[in-house]
Design a protein around this ligand. Structure first.
Ligand code: AMP
Ligand code: MG
Length: 511
């Protein structure tokens, strides 16, 4: 007996955000500053020949949706109770206040009832909005594949993230100068439909405070807490502090997971920080391959490396502090906001300790483990060493000898054997020769979406072949499992061809 399925038309749609927060009186219109609002109604631009290329059967299940063609999810048609809009927000970009940003290439179709709550469905790349500033509102296939695959992969790694429902190729070319070096060229366009409880960001709140519009700030905070933090209240200092502590905890939790798996977001601007502590806005992100904490994939950040892997926890705190400043005007005793920052640091520290305990198979973190971990971090940086393979192999070693970990090293002749064996013995003793390897295997994924893996999927998809993208989507549903049939192809250090290739070792914000 088949279960009755929804179509996009028959989903139960809501417009809570539009109903409860102030919006733009004009519909659509050219890019401009729009003070005192949270959103502008705007319709997607229909693409010339939309085709559904990738479909997340899991997200579809959550919404009870049957697989449609590409028309609606490509932005070609508004159906049912959809009421599309672009959100207005601001943000600190690379440490500087950037003023109004907003959804420049994202258009929310509406909020729809899912099995576990109401979810916002948003098209990324469906055309101009009043917040598009100088850009075209479109997205290229390359960045859309990266968003689709990575957000689904993150979910299966157990990391809070926005999700993807679909990827539609538009049949349109989009001009991009990938490396911003004066070489623009046409690329195939695409639209991803992404899904989250909401796409509210730290910058959604900041924009009102920074333009002195406290009534709208208050309105937005009340709306957010009422629908998304139902156990909290936006009433008075006590309520606000407890809500913000929750946000700080979720943010710290998300970042500790990034550190666990070697994920580098690449653009942790405050407009890219979800109020739900979800990984959001997949742009020039990357995965640490050889363990180098100062690595960032984002070429725009190549000189200052603000968003390098090892600095993500501190940047998280900096971003939370900007959110706290934004909420400050609603507080009587603003000094109490420092408690929230303490909560961020405490949560991160707790998570970081349990993360290391799990990665190393220690039943419990002890203060004396600090040196074991710092020595490990130093050793991992001595010669080029693959983070994922190292920890995965460590979850299987039978004796404290570096030989069984050789595959993690790019050049086995350079392995600092003595140093490693000393460390391995120390670790082995600490675990009484019985590291909890079952726990280790749940903390150390075998497969992550390495930059070159995504690039292979992109190269094929640009020729119309989505089989690699499909294979990676399936593979990354079970990142902690052995999946031996995929091993030869995907359980690999970065191949040499990818060392300096654009899209693999270097990524730009161009998307
Ligand atoms: P991001 O760096 O992706 O977080 O983007 C920062 C801001 O630029 C956001 O307000 C985006 O909506 C906007 N933006 C980025 N790319 C485009 C584009 N192709 N068209 C319009 N707006 C864009
Ligand atoms: Mg963004």
């Amino acid at each position: 007996m088949g279960v009755a399925k929804n179509t996009l038309e028959s989903l139960q749609w809501f417009s809570r955000f539009l109903d409860e927060t102030p919006g733009d009186e004009e519909e659509g219109g050219s890019p401009r500053r729009i003070p005192n609002v949270c959103w502008s109604r705007v319709n997607p631009t229909p693409p010339p020949s939309p085709k559904l290329e990738l479909w997340s059967n899991e997200m579809a299940d959550e919404l009870g949706l049957e697989r449609p063609d590409g028309q609606i999810l490509g932005g070609g048609k508004i159906v049912g109770g959809m009421d599309p809009y672009a959100q207005r927000y601001g943000g600190h970009q690379f440490g500087n206040w950037a003023g109004q940003l907003g959804d420049g290439r994202a258009i929310t179709l509406g909020e729809a009832q899912g099995k576990n709550g109401i979810l916002e469905l948003q098209l990324k790349g469906a055309g101009l909005t009043p917040y598009s500033r100088f850009a075209d509102g479109k997205a290229v296939l390359r960045s859309s594949i990266r968003e689709f695959l990575c957000s689904e992969a993150m979910h299966h790694l157990g990391i809070p993230t926005t999700r993807a429902l679909s990827l539609v190729s538009t049949g349109e070319s989009v001009i991009r100068d990938i490396m911003y070096d004066g070489n623009p060229k046409p690329e195939p366009g695409a639209v991803v439909c992404r899904v989250a409880p909401s796409f509210l960001r730290f910058g959604s709140f900041q924009i009102h405070t920074n333009s002195g519009d406290i009534p709208t700030l208050k309105n937005l905070v009340e709306h957010t807490v009422k629908h998304h933090f139902a156990n909290h209240s936006a009433d008075g200092d006590e309520g606000l502090i407890s809500w913000l502590k929750h946000v700080a905890e979720q943010t710290a939790n998300m970042i500790s997971h990034w550190m666990r798996v070697g994920f580098v977001h690449g653009v942790m601007n405050t407009d890219n920080m979800s109020i739900h502590g979800l990984t959001i806005d997949y742009g020039p992100y990357g995965w640490i391959e050889d363990f180098n904490p100062s690595w960032t994939p984002n070429t725009t950040d190549a000189t200052t490396r603000r968003y390098q892997y090892g600095q993500q926890p501190q940047i998280g705190a900096w971003n939370v502090a900007r959110l706290l400043e934004a909420i400050g005007p609603l507080m009587d005793e603003k000094e109490r906001l420092y408690e929230v920052l303490d909560t961020y640091y405490d949560t991160f520290e707790q998570n970081n300790k349990s993360m290391w305990a799990a990665k190393l198979g220690l039943s419990k973190y002890l203060e004396s483990d600090e040196s074991l971990i710092s020595e490990l971090i130093a050793l991992l940086q001595e010669v080029e060493t693959d983070m994922t393979i190292f920890f995965h192999k460590l979850s299987f070693v039978e004796s404290p000898n570096i030989e069984s970990l050789e595959e993690a090293f790019y050049d086995p002749s350079t392995i600092p054997v003595e140093g490693w064996n000393k460390w391995l013995e120390k670790w082995w003793d600490r675990t009484n020769a019985t590291p909890n390897q079952e726990e280790m295997r749940k903390a150390n994924p075998k497969y992550v979406l390495r930059n070159w893996m995504a690039q292979l999927a992109i190269d094929a998809a640009e020729k119309g072949d989505y089989s690699i993208a499909e294979e990676l989507y399936e593979l990354l549903k079970n990142p902690y499992d052995e999946q031996s049939k995929y091993e030869e192809r995907w359980y690999q250090k970065r191949p040499e061809w990818a060392r300096n290739r654009v899209g693999c070792s270097m990524l730009s914000c161009s998307s």
